[in-house]
Design a binder for this molecule. Sequence first.
Ligand SMILES: Cc1ncc(COP(=O)(O)O)c(C=O)c1O
Length: 389
Amino acid sequence: MDGTVQAPFAGVASRAARLPAELRATLLTPALLIDLDAVRRNVARVLALLGGAPERWRPHLKTTKCPAVWAVLVEQGVRHFKVATTRELEVLLTWLEDRGVAGDVLVAQGLGPPAARRCAQLARAHPRQQVSVMVEDLEQLPWVEEPLGLFVDLDPGMGRTGRALAERARTLELLRAAGLRLRGLHCYEGHLHGPFPGRAAALEACFGELLALLADCAAGDIAVGEVVSSGTPALHHVARRAPLARAPGAPRHRLSAGTVVLHDLRSEQENPELGLEPAALVLARVVSAPRAGRCTVDAGSKALAAEAGEPIAAVLGRPELVAATCSEEHLPLDAPPGAPAPGLGELLELVPRHVCPTVNLHERALLLEERGLRWVEIAARAHDWGCAP
Ligand SMILES: Cc1ncc(COP(=O)(O)O)c(C=O)c1O
């Protein structure tokens, strides 16, 4: 593990310093803190990369899971969204409907029959909202009830879901079978993480294949309305490249980065060119000083996602502290030789390595913004349970 990896946020101002002293003294930890002003700046930065065009973005809401954060996207004109779970879908549709906003939601997750049925039930209950799901095989078409739209899921080499991008003949068969319900193609290249310019070359190779498929569609009179691609690692390159296709009737190309809204340590290390700020932090307290130069805080893998490698967090304002391996409720932090470790009871601000599953671990977040402070529910966290008859 390399201690220098914590340096990226060395210049970022403390968020907790903006909390009232009494709250800092009494707050139960671990607690999720979301800086809504930083969210606004991140969203503005992404929209600037997209040439100021919110219709080019279909952010994945699995990162944020919280209507109070989604409101920033909607205020900035974003109307297209991706979700992964039926819980996210239900919370989003209800919230959009309550606000009188007509949205367009793609459930970007391989679905079994019960989840597909649940998506259709939710779509029928929210007729102002457009809801689509993904299929990769003819066998799945009968599972998808009205009024759901269809995206065909393509695998550009990630090996997770979708029909291999190169299998054009079978894909065309599926696209034809989808008929009038076909909305578009989904092609998520989330496996392309390497350094630039190699990452850009790999993305271009993927788009080359997509263009070949789109040409076949045009030749076969198959109307593809939209192509959805690209998470955060692809955003900087793809947002600035030429549109996928320029011909009249060419599909709309939307990018689906989601981590960018809150940002995290891993994304800062991989994508510093995006110029984003950490907007979600886990506040934790020093609960032990097991030896000189080490302190342990009360946020382990049940408060900070631990599946994306180490260190699981960086300490804002204390870039010299290096996180050791966590346990469920504890994270030891080491100061460099000769430097003092934080004292017992001290409140520290941890930037998660992987923010999406970190947010999912918390029932509520403390929402901080210029005009005040409030607790909000992470309403779309966890999974639905039961049956979809
Ligand atoms: C299908 C899909 N689309 C979009 C995204 C968003 O990507 P990112 O988290 O890199 O912004 C993800 C992330 O896992 C994803 O699985």
